[in-house]
Write a protein that binds this ligand. Sequence first.
Ligand SMILES: [Zn+2]
Length: 282
Amino acid sequence: MIFIDRQEVIALLPEGWKAKAKTVTDALHAASGSAERKEIIADNEELWRSIKSVLAGVGYHKCWYCETAEIRSDNAVDHFRPKGKVSGTGHGGYWWLAFDVKNYRFACTFCNSRRHGDGGTTGGKADHFPLVAGSQRADSPLVSISVEIPMLLDPCDYFDTTAVWFDETGQVKVNPEAEAIEENVPDRVSRSRDLYHLDHVRLIEARKRIFLDVLEMCDQADGALLLYKSTQDATARTVFHDSINALKRMRREDAPYSAVAKCAVRGYRSSSPSAKIIAEVS
Ligand SMILES: [Zn+2]
């Protein structure tokens, strides 16, 4: 999960979009009941679909939850707080946020919809929006959503993006540094892994590959550095510099599963001088 700055999305909205969203939201507030609201939402779906490319672009055409690249899949605009109903609760959905751009997340099918994975896993957020135990829920537009402590990690919340850690297993782990700050981090990571389907076997395999690629590149850089130091061989120096460039590229947010690459570099920094340079200097 990488951080997505909602301000960037807002800055890129097409002219007139906010005004249209406000008109529809006003109509929702004025509606006589849930049936009329559902109709208004269904009639105006095009409004969030029309900015799908903006959301995709801000996240480098990767799912905001799992970082899988949108290549041929038809990714969706997920309402982080579900607009129609909230599974497992009597909540009728955060309809007043249906046209609030801050509630949109760009999501792949596996994160967004209930699906079975090929390794026997099941996941997909769908209408789920659990809160941590004891949290108040905003059950009407009169209650600010700031009273809520969502159980699901949010890519638009930088702290949340630091809560997940990856290692050579490709599995989703808890970042102990984040846990030291907020004790509910392990529960939130575990629930997010299940609901975003982050333990999907294909995803685990992809993460493992990235992790190993990073370690291999670190070893290559370290080997070249050692050779250069002992022989002053210019070619070895070039290999070292090129490898450092490659490592830097793998950690860039537009790179595949860049959060995994960052964890790999960080985790390897105590034994690899190259990883140390990348993790602590760049
Ligand atoms: Zn995803």
